[in-house]
Structures are given as C-alpha cells and as structure tokens.
Design a protein. Structure first.
Lengths: 361, 506
C-alpha cells in the first residue's frame, strides 16, 4: 500500500462521516454546509446526545485498523492533503477528506487527470435517453475521454456501459462504500468498471448508502468532471444538483435536448435556456472542452446503407411507428422485418421493449 | 353361482381392463364389493339394488360378493355400476351368462334403472377393442362417441332393462342421430376479422407452419388474445387418429359429450391456475390444461402473472410431449403435444414503447422479465411485438383469411414432412440441434447474416439454434430449398429478446 495515500486525520474524518451516517439523515437538506464543517463542529451540529460518545470514539480512532479494512476490501485511500489528490475536487467548498478507490489508485488518478466528462441523468429514463447516454459515452470513450457517472439505474449505467462498449475509460462514484455496488443489481457492471476504470467513494468500505450520501456523491462527480452533461432529468432530479454544483465551480454544463412534451426533457431544457451547452453528440462535448473543431469525435464504422434501408431508418428517426415507416417506404412485411433486422445488426437501430425501434445516433 | 363381466377403469386418460366378478351364495342377505373401490363404488350397492328392483328384476335375497379385478388397481367413480348390476343379474340367472362373454359394459346407474351419461366412453371403447371384445354397452348419450372406435359394436342404451334385453339377444337399438346443431364453423374465429397486424400475422403463419411456440408481446388492448384465438384456424386439420385421441382425453375430462372433436383444441387457462391444474395431478390424477391442449394450442395470457411454479412445471411437457405423474408407486403419462402461445405486456404498466404513459424504469423492466420463467422462454422460438393498428389499417380490407394462410401452412408442412421423413421430428419446431445441423442448409448471405448477429451479441448459442429453426420454416413458407439471407433476417427480427438474449447491450 502507498504509505502516503491518506493521512491519519483524513481517514479519521472519513470514519466520522460513516459513524454519523444516521445522524446526518434527518438534516440531509443542509448536507453541503455540514460537510464543510470541522470534525468538532460537525459532531456538535448533528450528534445530539451522543456528542460526547462520538467525540470519544473519534479520539480513540484506530487508524491502523482502518487501513487494514481498506486493504482487505481492496480499496486504496487518497486524502485531500496529498499532492496527487484530484485538483478538480479541491475547488469544492467541502472536498471529500478521502477518496476510497477500487480498481487501482494510479489508474484512477490518471483517468481523472485528463478532461473527464460527467454524464448524468434520470433513473427512470426513456429508451431515447438511454440510447443517447450510451452513444454519447461511446463517442467520448472512443475519443479517449473518461466518462464519469454514478452507476445509478437508467442514464448513469447506460453511460458507463457505452464507454465500456468501445473500451473507453469510465469512473463510477458511489454513494456508499466503494466495495458495495449500489444498486446491487449493477454488480456485474461494477465489476467491469473496476477492471478497466475505477469505482470510488468518499466513505470507508462497508458503509451502506443513505439518502444524504447521494447529493454528497453528486458534488464529487461535478467536482471531478471537466464538464457535466445532463441527459434527461425531471424537475428536482439529482442530476440537476450535479449540474448546479458544476455551474458553481464554473465548469461547463451541457444538456441533451428532448421532446418538449416529455417531463424528462424539462431539466435539460432549463439548463440550455440558462445558457448551458447544447449537446447533440460527442462532437459538441469535444468542441465545448477544447474549442470548436480542435478535436474530432471518431466516427463509428458502420456499413453504408442501401437507399431503401436509409429511407426506412429516416422514417423511424422521424418518429413513425415501424408499421407506418414500412408503409411510407413501400416495404411489405416480409422485406420490412428483414430490413429492420439488418438495421439492428449493423447498429443503426435498437429494438426497445414493446416493439418500438429507436435510432442509434 | 358366479358371473363375470368385462368393463374398464380409466387410469389417467388410458383404459385398463377390469373384470367384475359376482358370486351369489346362500346365506344371510348381504352385498359386498371388494377390489379397491372408492366411496362412489361403495355407494353403488344401493344404486344397484334400487336400479335392479325398479327395472322389474329381482334382487337376490342371499349373500352377494362382487370383486373388481385386478385387485391392486385403485378404481374410481360410478362407471362400474352397470357392469356390477349386469353381473348380479347374470349370477342370479336373470340374463344369460354365456352371451355376456362378448360384451363390455360401462356406465353409471340411477335409482330408477336408467343408464346415466358417464365420461370416458371413448377410452372404454378403445380398451374394448384392445381386449378383443366384440360388443360394448354404454349409456345412450355416449354411444356416438364410443362408436368412433372401429371393430367394436357399440350399443347405446338408456336403461338397465334395455341393456339386459340386448344381452338376452334382442336387436340392439340404432345409434342416436347426430344432434341437429347449427354449424359452428360460421362462428369460429377467422383471421379475416383482423385488420393491420402485418408482422403478427406473419408470425402466426410461421408458428403454425413450423409448430413453433410463440410469444406475443404488446400493450393491453392491442389484440394479442384476438390473434392467439385465431391460431387454431390456420393449423392443419387433425388426422383421424389425433382427433380420436383428443376426443378421448376431453371425454375423460368430462368436458365433451358427443361425437368426434374436429377442431384443434384451444385452451386458455386463467393465470391463477396451479401447477397441478396446468400439467395434471391430484388424486385420482386428472389431465391438466396441457393435456387438454394436446394436438392443439395452449394459450397463456398475461404470462407474467402466472405463478413461477406453474410455468416451470410446463418444462417437462414442452420438452417430452408428455407429463409423468407418479401416484402410489404407479406412474401415469398424460400426452402433452401442444403449441404454446403466450401473451405478455412489455412492462408492468403495459405501455412501454407505446407512448409516454409508460413510467416504468429499468428496475421495473428487470422485475417484469424475472417474472417470466426462464426455462419457458427458452422454448419460445418466436417473439412478435403486437402494436396497435393505426386508423388507416382499421378502415382497410382484411389482408388475408384463415383459409388462405392455412393453405400456405399446409404446403409448408408438406415440405417439412418430406424433408424430415424418417427422423424423430414432425415439424421444424421439433428439430433438435443435431437435426438442425443436418437439415438446415444456408446460402452465403444467410451464413453472413447469422454470423453477424452472433458477432454483435444479438444471439446466444441457444438463440442461434432457435433462429435457424424459424428460418427453416420461413424458407419453407417461401418455397426455398436453401435458407436465404432474407429468411434468416426475418427470423432474426422475430427472435426472442427476453432471458439470455435480452438486448444488444447492458
């Protein structure tokens, strides 16, 4: 283990957050200022009757055992006193004392040292949103950028999966301990992220996620990211919180537009209305980060389409149902189904539950 | 004096010969029945006494012992009444003992001496043929059904008196005429009622042509049930042997009373059904819906609402074409060769892919998928999305009719039978991996499409096998000897995406 990874004091702070996890729950509305308090002030503010007990425990905090626990969990800590601590986080008012990194500290530091892009959005996303998240992450991954997200259901996981699809780098920031995949159903995804990227958390290993940890986690995503892009978010979504933090840090905030009738598009549209970057694809993100045209998003290699197939693809892209799209392009059902299968296999279309096809950008 | 009468017990859906032996000795009046009978058989003593007396015969006031042999076979139900009563009459010299040896007797008695309608007469008639008995006495209501079996002279009688007359040598009554019911064919569901639904219609034709199990996925009210009900109308007609088998099963189950069943069965059990209700069971074992759908269609609507245990129980019937039920050291086999058609919503709320009403997230979809039984989905060759037809379709004329499709299906089946002659499979849906390898030839475009689908992860190894079977059927429908690229692509568009072959990426 790198001896200089984390200092005793920061490890104690991180332990304290885990110890006070229950006490922070009722005051989670004010979590941001609370996280900025010193240890003593924090205990005084939230521990209530257990104030003395917690303070005593903090005094007797066994740093050797804490390090052992990290080692057992396969987690490497790095604290804010360390010179390699990601600079982006230092700008936060309340930078996490320790980042617990699963998947290799060196690699994590290298991945976030570039221009990592945070892709965040709704859990209950639409097939369109998931498709965009996946393809945006594919584009960024192929361009060599790290995709940051929170591994939540919906947009977050789609973003990680997209980056992994092209062998790109991706980092997940978890609300609870870095050794605890959350949500548990994303265990497999977590393993894949860990094997090529990193899974990190502010809290020591073994801590179960609580509600206050989600906004706390979101600030880390915003802090690590050179840019934060929101793909689908209802009003009041956690993804908008991430975007707000990024805005306060003067990082670029991007948003992917949707249909104005969809509640999922209201968050991104608000961001765009407030001057956020309009993101239509990986190229827009690259332009926003490096200046227009400075870097080219690598195109996907897809075979050229016969005119009939292109017409069908366009009709579906315009929002026609498959049956209507086939009729508009003059395809009978036999040929139409074969055409749909061809478009699906060549990566132009994706079949969604319920038999709707969505265009892969 | 001793008399012996042949009858049959129904064991599952199979007949088992039972000898009714009646012995009359001097002694205090008593009537004992031995031979593992159930409560209905114990009570039959009182029915038989009254029936004999009310038919104008004498009931011997001595010691009567009746035995149902073989003694190890558990006998159930009132179908032995008539045989017991005739046995008593023969043992007491009221009907000639000699003439009885050519007869089998079956039916329940009423106190007044009438022979009551008793289910299972066709099975009994098959048993009589198997046992080499020339004549069979059954209740009048069941005569036409039993007469479906050749080589056995069936006598339908209304009463014990009439049965005794026949045995004494009077002319047997003529078979009752077919009931004069309106032809049901006019009301049978027909695909001519369907507007739009081009892809589901194609999937139905493929399913029927190749005997493939089919999953219909779509929002509520899009027409999944309507389409499934019309599947039997395009299946090839049953052979006479199949029809007799179906009639026997339905007769035993007591849901069919008259004549030969000509239409393939369509069974649509409610989703609250238990595993035993679905595959058979209970004591005495009764055929389940899977057996009642033998040679027909088993339709499971709202597949995700069925209990997992019920769905998992369908695995053996789907795999083996039969279900084995073991009761008290005896194993019964119920036949279950049916086509499985299931319908399900795409997501818990049912509106995924339809409009923005669907509020189901990833976790909901995952839960929904988990509710569908994996082993069952593995047996579904085809999945088709059923979407609401648009207004133009509803106004347009029907695109096809059951008669049209049925002709295509018949032709495709004939092609398969020529190809599969001598193998264990009757249709493409039956082909196992080895047969697929031997029988399905692909042209280069087809090879390429399949390889590409496999490469991008759209198929598992098992899914590939399923697609090959379906592609072979599509090629049969299109009269291709070698499977072409478009056949494979069409099969791929109808492949399953649930279970192992979910979607292309995470």
């Amino acid at each position: 283990m790198r001896s200089a990874g984390a200092c005793d004091r920061c490890l104690a702070r991180s332990w304290l957050l885990g110890r006070l996890a229950g006490h922070l729950e009722p005051v989670r509305q004010r979590i941001d200022p609370l996280l900025g308090l010193s240890d003593e002030a924090l205990i005084a503010a939230v521990a209530g009757e257990q104030r003395a007990a917690v303070a005593r425990e903090l005094e007797r905090f066994d740093v050797v055992r804490a390090r052992e626990r990290c080692a057992v969990a396969g987690v490497e800590p790095i604290c804010r006193c360390h010179r390699a601590y990601p600079g982006g986080l230092a700008a936060l008012g309340s930078p996490p004392a320790v980042l617990h990194v699963c998947g290799g500290l060196e690699r994590f530091l290298a991945l976030v040292a570039g221009q990592p892009v945070a892709l965040v959005g709704a859990r209950q996303a639409s097939p369109y949103g998931l498709e965009i998240a996946r393809s945006l992450a594919r584009g960024l991954g192929a361009a060599g950028l790290t995709v940051l997200s929170g591994m939540a259901l919906g947009i977050d996981s789609a973003a990680h999966a997209g980056a992994l699809e092209v062998g790109g780098a991706t980092v997940a920031v978890l609300p609870g301990g870095a050794d605890r995949p959350y949500p548990a159903s994303k265990r497999a995804l977590c393993r894949r992220i860990r094997s090529t990227g990193a899974v990190v958390s502010e809290l020591p290993p073994g801590v179960t996620p609580r509600r206050w940890m989600f906004p706390a986690r979101n600030r880390i995503i915003a802090g690590l990211g050179a840019m934060t892009v929101v793909i689908e978010a209802r009003a009041g979504s956690g993804a908008l919180l991430t975007a707000a933090v990024a805005g306060r840090l003067h990082r670029t905030v991007g948003a992917v537009p949707g249909r104005i009738t969809s509640p999922l598009a209201s968050g991104p549209h608000d961001l765009i209305a407030e001057g956020g970057l309009l993101v239509r694809g990986a190229q827009d993100v690259l332009d926003g980060l490096f200046g227009a045209g400075a870097r080219q998003a690598p195109g996907r290699s897809r075979p050229d389409l016969a005119p009939a197939l292109r017409a069908l693809l366009e009709a579906i892209g315009e929002g026609y149902d498959t049956a209507s799209a086939m009729r508009r392009t003059g395809l009978e059902v036999d040929g139409g189904l074969a055409a749909l299968a061809t478009l699906e296999l060549t990566g132009y279309l994706r079949r969604e539950p319920g038999g709707r096809f969505s265009v892969v950008p | 004096m001793l008399a012996r009468v042949a009858t049959f017990a129904i064991d599952g859906v199979e007949p088992r010969q039972v000898w009714v032996e009646v012995d009359i000795r001097s002694g205090l009046p008593s009537f004992t029945i031995v031979g593992l009978g159930d409560a209905a058989i114990r009570e039959s003593r009182d029915r038989i006494r009254s029936a004999i007396l009310n038919s104008g015969f004498e009931f011997p006031a001595t010691r009567i012992t009746a035995n149902l042999a073989p003694a190890f076979l558990r006998k159930v139900g009132p179908g032995f009444d008539a045989a017991l009563a005739i046995g008593v009459l023969a043992a007491s010299g009221q009907v000639p003992d000699q003439a009885l040896s050519a007869y089998a007797v079956f039916g329940e008695l009423s106190l007044g001496g009438e022979l009551r309608d008793s289910p299972g007469a066709l099975a009994v008639a098959e048993g009589a043929r198997g046992a080499g008995l020339a004549r069979l006495i059954v209740p009048r209501e069941r005569a036409r059904e039993a007469a479906l079996v050749d080589e056995v002279a069936v006598v339908g009688v209304g009463s014990l008196r009439a049965a005794a007359e026949v045995v004494r040598g009077s002319d047997p009554p003529a078979l009752p005429a077919a009931p004069n019911r309106p032809r049901p064919a006019l009301h049978e569901p027909d695909l001519i009622d369907v507007r739009g639904h081009a892809a589901p219609l194609l999937a139905l034709a493929i399913a029927a042509a190749g005997g493939h199990n089919l999953l219909l996925e779509g929002a509520p009210g899009t027409g999944k049930t309507m389409l499934a009900r019309r599947l039997p109308s395009i299946l090839p007609a049953m052979t006479r042997a199949e029809a007799i088998e179906v009639t026997r099963i339905h007769s035993v189950a007591g849901i069919h009373a008259d004549g030969l069943i000509a239409a393939r069965p369509f069974r649509a059990p409610h989703h609250t059904i238990s595993a035993a209700g679905l595959v058979g069971g209970g004591f005495p074992p009764r055929p389940g819906e899977a057996t009642l759908a033998h040679h027909g269609v088993l339709f499971l609507d709202e597949l995700s609402e069925f209990q997992r245990s019920s769905l998992d129980a369908l695995r053996q019937p789907l795999e083996d074409g039969g279900v084995t039920i073991v009761r008290g050291q005896r194993a019964l086999v119920f036949p279950t060769r049916f086509m499985l058609v299931a319908a399900t919503n795409p997501c818990p709320c049912g509106f995924a892919g339809v409009d923005d009403r669907c509020g189901c997230g990833e976790a909901d979809l995952r839960r929904h998928r988990r509710r569908l039984s994996g082993p069952l989905l593995d047996r579904m060759d085809l999945l088709v999305d059923v979407r609401r037809p648009d207004e133009r379709d509803l106004r347009s004329p029907p695109s096809t009719s059951s008669a049209d499709l049925r002709a295509q299906v018949r032709e495709a089946r004939e092609r398969q039978q020529r190809r599969l002659a001598g193998s264990s499979a009757r249709c493409n849906g039956d082909m196992d991996v080895r047969l697929v390898r031997a029988q399905v030839r692909l042209d280069s475009a087809a090879e390429q499409a399949l390889a590409q689908a496999y490469a991008v992860g759209a198929l598992s190894a098992r899914g590939r096998h399923r697609v090959l079977r379906v592609a072979r059927t599509i090629a049969d429908l299109r009269r291709h000897d070698v499977v072409a690229g478009d056949d494979v692509l069409t099969a791929l568009s109808l492949r399953q995406r649930a279970g192992a072959d979910a979607t292309l990426a995470a």
